[in-house]
Design a protein around this ligand. Structure first.
Ligand code: FES
Length: 166
């Protein structure tokens, strides 16, 4: 059997980043929107893709890593398909957001240091005030906002998203 030099998945990975680079005319000044598009595509910034971006733009990998680590919305760690954001601002905290965090961690076997499930289905994030204090405790899953979430509802939501197609 002939071992492929680069596996098909990797090749596919690089073809996506090539499309992104083309879309931004390989302009080094567009590094931030390029990294945003890469993160949208891969859900985080894989190291080998950042090195590839640096080489393609003719800039140093250190500069790309510098930009990626400067902005908090960029993630260097893989994230799950479903991002659960639990608001832990004052109003939500008072209404029991830490209980919801406990439920999520228990159900998904997550810890503060390991916020993403091994199957990359879920990532738990805590955020400060979402600006929806009337809905406390508030939770956002992907782009959907859920208000006055009880522990039971939190568990049901996890079950729902666990089996959700796409
Ligand atoms: S404190 Fe949670 S929405 Fe404001």
């Amino acid at each position: 059997m002939v071992t492929p030099v680069v596996n098909a998945e990797k090749l596919n990975n690089f073809s996506k980043v090539c499309e992104i680079l083309e879309r931004f005319d390989r302009q080094p000044s567009k590094i931030i929107p390029i990294l945003q598009a890469v993160q949208e595509e891969y859900r985080y910034l894989p190291e080998e893709i950042m090195t590839f971006v640096a080489t393609s733009l003719g800039i140093s990998p250190a500069r790309v890593f510098g930009v990626a680590t400067f902005y908090s919305h960029f993630s260097l760690e893989p994230k799950g398909k479903n991002i659960i954001k639990v608001c832990d601002g004052t109003a939500c905290h008072v209404k029991g957001s830490s209980g919801l965090i406990d439920v999520i961690r228990r159900e998904l076997k997550l810890t503060e240091k390991e916020p993403t499930t091994e199957d990359l289905l879920f990532t738990l994030e805590t955020v400060s005030c979402l600006g929806a204090c009337g809905l406390a405790p508030a939770v956002v899953i992907n782009e959907k906002v859920f208000g006055q979430v009880s522990k039971k509802q939190m568990k049901d939501l996890i079950d729902e998203y666990r089996t959700k197609e796409d």
